[in-house]
Design a protein around this ligand. Sequence first.
Ligand SMILES: Cc1cc2nc3c(=O)[nH]c(=O)nc-3n(C[C@H](O)[C@H](O)[C@H](O)COP(=O)(O)OP(=O)(O)OC[C@H]3O[C@@H](n4cnc5c(N)ncnc54)[C@H](O)[C@@H]3O)c2cc1C
Length: 354
Amino acid sequence: MLLQEDIPLAPLTTFRIGGAARFLVEAASSADVEEAVAFAHSRNLPLFVLGGGSNLVVADAGWPGLVLKVAIFGIEKHSGLEDGKSLFEAGAGESWDEFVARAVGSDCAGVECLSGIPGSVGGTPVQNVGAYGQEVGDTVQSVEVFDLKDGQVRELCGEACGFAYRSSVFNTTERGRFIILRVVYALTPGGRPHTEYADLKRHFEESGSSPTLAATRAAVRQIRSRKGMLIIEGDPDCRSAGSFFKNPVVSEQQHGELLRRATAKALTLPSYPALEKAHKVSAAWLVEHSGFTRGYRLGSVGISSKHALAIVNLGGATAAEVLALKNQIQQRVEQTWGIRLDPEPVFVGYGPGA
Ligand SMILES: Cc1cc2nc3c(=O)[nH]c(=O)nc-3n(C[C@H](O)[C@H](O)[C@H](O)COP(=O)(O)OP(=O)(O)OC[C@H]3O[C@@H](n4cnc5c(N)ncnc54)[C@H](O)[C@@H]3O)c2cc1C
């Protein structure tokens, strides 16, 4: 186990923001994980588990304890089928998008719409990543974890992960308890791609091409790059943590109030069947109709010129500036629409309630 001291965390995140970790270790096996955890316990250090750093706002003061970067690799397709599905086992440190490429290349359906999401395999169950009508929880068969409660390695079945919109036990009830080591995904061999989402439907209608799994993966990546949601070296619009706010889930009463406020402003709420089915409202629309435009700037941070929901680092930004813009957006949306937006990224090095 190679232990490093005083390691800047900004380069390990897609936001490129934040201070240093007092200690950092890369764990290439469950034995490394166990050793790193023992080291943190012996020194009474707080532990933070790092994946690909694509959903983080790291405080300017950094992390006062041990950052454990999971670097367990390997993707293996199990032989044979289980209930008609092909099982793929992937190390938590693998790049998620490379895993999707492998699944699509093996003609297996279930994750093609999740192409281009940055970060690691181990990060995907944490907030049940989703995009273009698919969520990873729909294909997670099991997750191998190191349980910090008793130091045991165990397997959680998909159901035990408690997947819901951008949540799971890993970021709610059991937050901080499990270190994800490996994930097994159950995919459908020869399955049809999922192309129900409006952007994807339009893409295939306009191009006249047939939606194979590979074509769907390519289309998703193309659509994402237009929105600054694909990491492209040198594109300042992707120095971000992706969508900064979740789409709020509203009650009937809140929805009625929203409609009333929109009508008073002679605005029409956008209609997205996928969102409406889940009683969600577009957070991007709320932001754009609360006085913010794409390209809005506050110091060295701003709103992406390609997507109203992404806060971007315009160069040399601090985490304090990100928080200032986050607070400004939350306040104006609440004043204008009566709805509080919840941030999506994880705040590292802040106390509870950042
Ligand atoms: C440009 C861009 C586009 C994005 N688009 C989407 C999108 O379409 N849909 C979506 O859902 N998300 C999206 N995201 C957010 C992000 O990519 C995902 O949440 C991703 O799964 C985070 O994985 P990560 O490995 O980078 O985790 P990190 O950012 O490193 O960590 C995130 C959280 O997961 C925990 N964690 C990470 N690895 C492990 C592990 N092995 N064991 C236990 N806990 C772990 C961390 O402790 C932390 O709490 C986007 C981000 C960016 C920058």
